[in-house]
Design a binder for this molecule. Structure first.
Ligand SMILES: [Zn+2]
Length: 265
């Protein structure tokens, strides 16, 4: 079964999609027309579990459908090999500031999210995030909390580094970016992924230094890196951490739609 539909994203953008079914599973495939593309190419992005079909500008929809259907088994195999997503739910374990925390739902009570410790099944004590309120709202409340914490930590670090180089920042945005952890656009606006709050503190801190250094150099020139290293002693350690563990942070919670990073360095 194959059908074609369009979907409007919250940002008002829309794109074409295909849906293919294989072995009882339905896969949603985003279509991307690329000038210069000579053939159809399928890609499964691990961060977002998105399936993207790149096709020539003038490629026919029928050919795209046929191609996707022929490779449905491959898509399924690729998706199954990706690390399993971890929802924000009671008893899930998620990283927060670099260490694993158990999510503990406290039914009924609409308390703010509290960071503490809990005793788990093995009798061991582990860090925990206590989330009150009704079960259906747990995921959203935890997302809101993590985003707020990310913003607070990033604002503190950004202003500290900006002051060191005598620059000012107009605005800081915290979103669910998949292509990069931070970016700096013209006009002193710094953008970050809220998922950095799950990484060790030195990683978030380094990203703040990196984007602040872009206020001086809007490129990745040797002078840019010299300034970044001057601001953050953790530059190499943090880059290595992100390279090894960054993609894993996208497994947790829910990906947001249509909130990719804007253009910038
Ligand atoms: Zn950069």
């Amino acid at each position: 079964m194959l059908r074609l539909f369009r979907r409007d994203t919250p940002g008002g953008r829309s794109g074409s999609h295909l849906e293919v079914s294989h072995g009882g599973e339905a896969y949603r495939i985003a279509l991307k027309r690329v000038s210069g593309a000579q053939r159809f190419t399928l890609r499964v992005r691990s961060a977002t579990r998105d399936v993207v079909l790149t096709m020539p500008m003038r490629g026919s929809m029928a050919a795209a459908k046929e191609f996707a259907e022929r490779h449905a088994a491959w898509i399924g195999a690729r998706l199954r090999r990706l690390p399993q997503p971890v929802p924000f739910a009671h008893a899930s374990e998620i990283p927060y500031r670099g260490s694993m925390h158990r999510i503990v739902h406290i039914p009924g009570q609409r308390l703010p999210v509290v960071v503490g410790t809990t005793v788990i099944e093995t009798g061991d004590v582990m860090p925990a995030l206590f989330v009150g309120g009704e079960e259906p709202h747990l995921s959203r409340r935890l997302h809101d909390f993590l985003k707020r914490e990310a913003r607070r930590e990033l604002e503190t670090a950004v202003h500290r580094y900006a002051a060191q180089i005598g620059k000012s920042v107009k605005r800081i945005t915290v979103r669910d970016t998949t292509s990069r952890w931070g970016s700096c656009s013209m006009g002193q606006v710094l953008n970050f992924s809220w998922r950095l709050i799950m990484a060790p503190a030195f990683v978030l801190d380094y990203l703040a230094a990196h984007e602040v250094a872009h206020l001086m150099h809007l490129n990745h020139s040797p002078r840019f890196w010299a300034l970044t290293r001057k601001l953050s002693d953790d530059t190499d350690r943090a880059e290595a951490w992100l390279k090894a563990n960054g993609a894993d942070l996208h497994r947790y919670g829910q990906a947001e739609d249509g909130e990719d990073a804007p253009e910038g360095a």
